[in-house]
Ligand binder design. Sequence first.
Ligand code: 5GP
Length: 208
Amino acid sequence: MEKKGLLIVVSGPSGAGKGTVLAHTTEKYSNIKYSVSVTTRAPREGEVDGVNYFFKSVEQFEKMVANGEFLEHKRVHDNYYGTPLKGVQKHLLDGYDVVLEIDTEGALEVKNVYPEAVMIFITPEKLSTIEERLRGRATESEEQIRIRMKNALKELKQAVFYDYVIVNEDSQQGAKDIISIINAEKCKVKNNKKFIDNLLMEANNYDD
Ligand code: 5GP
């Protein structure tokens, strides 16, 4: 069987609860690697360099862009974010399913260069939940919350370009949904061409 992993792109407005859904996904499904993005934004309380993000200066980020080190990169809110190419390629070849948690603009760029990517959009049931979660997090200023709400609406409009939508009413159920999607994708005929070809080769032995 072909061992190459799936590239899974997860987007959704800030405050949709993507992080929690993905954390539960890892508890239930181990063949998964998260791509650690590079960002120029300051670390939030408790965030660790190399775990949550690689935190870089604008100059360092621009150098990485010039060196072609990103699968995609974007300005989101007032900061730069990018997906390092090398790690993604390595994990896919090693047979892991790789999750990119990125904004819709970057996601559509990934889909362009990697059409096999599985696109999952996570949204809360109501828009007001986003605002409540952002306020509950207490890490953003009023101005940042305003920008993020505006951005949430922009992101929601892109949901139609995704393959799957998960309404995050319950993060454990959301994680189960992601695993169901992964399993369904793995059963797709287009992802099992080599296996079927091998069976057909074997079938030659049975021709009369
Ligand atoms: P946050 O600052 O809350 O961690 O992330 C803000 C937004 O940036 C989120 O929508 C997140 O999905 C997006 N983001 C994080 N990493 C990347 C990346 O590497 N590329 C792109 N395009 N967006 C990213």
